[in-house]
Write a protein that binds this ligand. Structure first.
Ligand SMILES: Nc1nc2c(ncn2[C@@H]2O[C@H](COP(=O)(O)OP(=O)(O)O)[C@@H](O)[C@H]2O)c(=O)[nH]1
Ligand SMILES: [Mg+2]
Length: 292
């Protein structure tokens, strides 16, 4: 099944994005740490030119730490890009991000010469959550469904930084079906745009190949079944997704599995790794973190 999302008014949106980028000193692109490539928007990379960009790998609490390290290395090879894993709800993590902004543009952040930042990202990566945490109060709308926050004001963070209260909402690149399925697995695409059974089967196949032990532990299995279809049936039985007569309700089972996976019930998982082998090889080295 094909998952597609056709955006409208692409040209106009691009113009607005270019204008927003011109007015800021640092771009913060919020990615989902479980799928940093699929949740990115390559147009932003093209449009940013030499403007510094911090790629925030959010929902770090849900992602596989070793894979996240490999992604950080991967992104930091890019000129003008730094990358930071974080959980947008945590104030300590937001503080690290503020320090990284200040380090990135040291010549700004004085009275009359503020350091201007804006948050960009595709729906559901945690932009509003991050803005709220940075601002220290509830300003942007947070929800499970992709939402548009519109207001257009600057929030003075009182540390030399001014932050736009409106995130730049980008479109995911949905041409690649694997990207679309990963986005659907993560929950980035709204329920109406997808078929739970297909996405559940995709996720089951991926998890059986990449994290078989997590699947065995969660569903109390000594061996995994042969196929993703069998796997969803086993999960359905475990979670009690039954129809009248005792047959498995595959649709409900797939939905329940995805809910568990997204909530981190199986453990911390990543849905993709950087392609370049050197990135993975370097993964066991320590990623430098900013300290107070
Ligand atoms: N586990 C986890 N969930 C997060 C994190 N940040 C945001 N979320 C959740 O992700 C969903 C989307 O967040 P939201 O801020 O509305 O995303 P936006 O569409 O990019 O503005 C919400 O349910 C948030 O609670 C995080 O660091 N970890
Ligand atoms: Mg939002």
């Amino acid at each position: 099944m094909a998952i597609r999302w056709y955006p409208g008014h692409m040209g106009k949106a691009q113009e607005k994005m270019a204008e927003a980028i011109r007015k800021i000193d640092v771009i913060i692109e919020v990615l989902d740490a479980r799928l940093p490539s699929s949740s990115s928007n390559h147009q932003l990379d093209e449009m940013r030119r030499n403007k510094p960009c911090i790629k925030v790998l959010n929902k770090n609490d849900l992602a596989d730490p070793a894979v996240t390290k490999a992604w950080i290395r991967h992104f930091e090879q890019e000129e003008g890009v730094s990358a930071l894993p974080l959980s947008a709800r945590l104030h300590a993590d937001a503080k690290q991000l503020i320090k990284l902004c200040q380090k990135t543009v040291p010549h700004r952040g004085r009275p009359g010469w503020p350091l201007r930042v804006m948050v960009f990202g595709i729906p559901n990566t945690g932009k509003s959550t991050l803005i709220n945490t940075l601002a220290g109060k509830c300003m942007a709308k947070v929800g499970d469904k992709p939402a548009v926050t519109t207001c257009g004001q600057q929030i003075d963070l009182r540390n030399g930084i001014v932050l736009s209260d409106t995130p730049g909402i980008l479109w995911p690149n949905m041409d690649d079906q694997d990207v679309a399925y990963r986005l659907a697995t993560s929950g980035a695409i709204g329920a109406s745009a997808l078929d739970y059974t297909c996405v559940g089967l995709f996720a089951a196949e991926y998890m059986m190949g990449r994290y078989p032990e997590l699947m065995k532990v969660r569903y109390k299995l000594s061996e995994l079944p042969e196929t993703p279809t069998d796997m969803i049936e086993v999960i359905g039985r475990r979670l009690g997704c039954l129809m009248a007569g005792g047959t498995i309700d595959v649709h409900r089972a797939a939905e329940a599995f995805l809910r568990e996976l997204r909530a981190g019930k199986l453990g911390r998982i990543s849905l993709e790794e950087p392609l370049h082998p050197a990135d993975s090889a370097a993964a066991d080295e320590e990623v430098p973190v900013l300290v107070d």
